[in-house]
Design a binder for this molecule. Structure first.
Ligand code: C2O
Ligand code: CU
Ligand code: CU
Length: 508
């Protein structure tokens, strides 16, 4: 991929506080000499991108496991696989009970579901419920190990409202690699509200999960995970979109409203999604639940770890494509001589024989917004995600940290009291970082110094932060002990695993 640090000094003057970027540039590139090289590379890249359009594949829909139909008892085998992204060509992968990714698990508010993971891998792992409001003991963070060859059962009591969450490994030092190999899947939580709303609800027909990842293929084979020093800093960004494990997918959809559950499950890439011809769509949900009302938009940016539900009306259309612009890591990077690469996410093809049952309701939710008194009473904490590679030559490793402390498995960085309001002021230095907190959903108070846009006034657990402070407000209702603490971290896996993560307890 294009190297964003290059654009920085080529394109415009450094701002104050960005000196380090120069160091990064000088340390890694030969300045202007690289310009022609990048241009040539981009052209090759775009041509390569064009190639993937040749072969189209029906979108794979992950198997749905309904927890009630499964008597609230679900077993998942974590296994090695040989997945065929391209027919007849096997790639080394991992999956939950299948060769790549895992089933979508439907959970219900008010129910407790037992999940049993059988680790058939030859290495240790964990399974984290990203977005679940559950205690640290069953959260599946780095401390919740499932050793190679062993099993672990956890009971997940679902007390939160309807939304789209996901599960993925979180084993320290293995997260990026294991997710990259295919270990990820969706949780769909339902409640009375979601079940009574007249939304599209036919899973895989008009309620369509889209797990969005980027991978590199060499002769049709997925390039295994391996990161250089530079990729640890930039994050691993790759060439070809893979949706639910499908390369260049299409999907037959009814001639009416469809609902797309978007999950950015990429290791590091940020996307801006839009439809062909800038067709309007509606955002109906953020990570932790529905917005109060649908918000009309024509484009939506998402960082790793984020989920959003959107709806688009296919009536009167024969097809519509969802596109993704590959964003540079720093939004200040101007594309002053090239557009950012764009790839198709999915082609939605109208099949008029399919029933169109869903509509877009005008009211979706009744979010209890936090009040000024909650802010006034909150415990305040500051977090700054930071990275530098100055000492690389001296120490042979990167320095990535939060508040100048790199994650250590045996260090608890913060202690929170159950039931307290917590106002966290978060900043991301050097580039935007998706900040994620375990065990909770938060509300945005200010984002980049501004009140949140209507489309962001929902429950979230992952949010891009920059050098401008972002304030999030939340209350932790579940416990996380020293043995099984919660995490806060950058959701660029390469950053998370190189130190940009911290641990905290929630106690009575
Ligand atoms: Cu999606 Cu701590 O993770
Ligand atoms: Cu998480
Ligand atoms: Cu980061």
């Amino acid at each position: 991929m294009l190297n964003n640090w290059l654009f920085k000094t080529q394109g415009k003057p450094d701002k104050g506080g960005k000196e380090m970027k120069k160091v990064l540039l000088q340390g890694s590139l030969l300045g202007t000499l690289m310009l022609a090289g990048v241009a040539a590379y981009l052209i090759l890249f775009l041509q390569d991108t064009g190639k993937t359009y040749a072969q189209e594949n029906p979108l794979q829909i992950p198997t749905l496991i309904d927890s009630l139909e499964a008597d609230n008892n679900i077993e998942l085998a974590i296994q090695d696989g040989a997945n065929e992204f391209f027919a007849g060509i096997k790639s080394d992968t991992k999956g939950f009970g299948q060769s790549y990714l895992g089933p979508t698990i439907r959970l219900y508010k008010g129910e407790t579901t037992r999940l049993t993971y059988r680790n058939n891998l030859t290495e240790n792992t964990t399974v984290h419920g990203h977005g679940l409001h559950v205690s640290g003991r069953v959260d599946g963070g780095p401390q919740g190990k499932i050793l190679a060859g062993q099993s672990l059962s956890v009971d997940l009591p679902i007390v939160q409202e309807a939304g789209t969450s996901w599960y993925h490994p979180h084993y320290m030092g293995k997260t990026g690699e294991q997710v990259h190999a295919g270990l990820a899947g969706l949780y769909i939580i339902e409640d009375e509200n979601s079940q009574s709303l007249p939304l599209p609800k036919a899973y895989g027909v008009d309620d369509i999960p889209l797990i969005i990842q980027d991978r590199t293929f060499v002769d049709g084979k997925m390039k295994p995970y391996k990161v250089t020093h530079r990729q640890i800093l930039d994050g691993l960004v790759e060439e070809t979109l893979v949706i639910n494990g499908t390369v260049n997918p299409y999907h037959q959809a009814p001639a009416g409203w469809v609902r797309l559950r978007l999950l950015n499950a990429s290791n590091a890439r940020f996307y801006r999604f839009f439809f062909t011809d800038d067709a309007p769509f509606y955002k109906i949900a953020t990570e932790g639940g529905f917005l109060n009302k649908p918000v009309a938009m024509t484009s939506l940016s998402m960082s790793p770890g984020e989920r959003n539900e959107i709806m688009v009306n296919l009536a009167d259309l024969t097809s519509l494509s969802l596109m993704a612009e590959f964003l540079p890591m720093d939004p200040e990077d101007q594309t002053w001589f090239f557009e950012n690469p764009v790839q198709r996410v999915i082609d939605l093809r109208v099949d008029t024989s399919l029933p169109a049952n869903g509509t877009l309701p005008s009211k979706l939710n009744d979010i209890a917004y936090y009040q000024q008194a909650d802010i006034d009473n909150a415990v305040r904490r500051d977090f700054t995600m930071y990275m530098e590679d100055e000492d690389q030559e001296l120490h042979g490793h990167n320095l990535l940290s939060i508040n100048n402390v790199a994650m250590q498995m045996d260090v608890i960085n913060e202690q929170v009291k159950q039931g307290d309001m917590e106002l966290w002021m978060v900043k991301g230095e050097m580039m935007p970082h998706p900040f994620h907190v375990h065990g909770v959903s938060f509300q945005i108070i200010t984002h980049n110094g501004q009140p949140p846009a209507e489309a962001d006034r929902g429950w979230k657990d992952t949010l891009v932060v920059t050098e401008e402070p972002t304030e999030i407000l939340m209350r932790f209702d579940h416990l996380a002990s020293q043995e099984f603490p919660y995490m806060y971290h950058c959701h660029i896996f390469e950053h998370e695993e190189s130190g940009m993560m911290g641990q905290f307890t929630v106690t009575q």
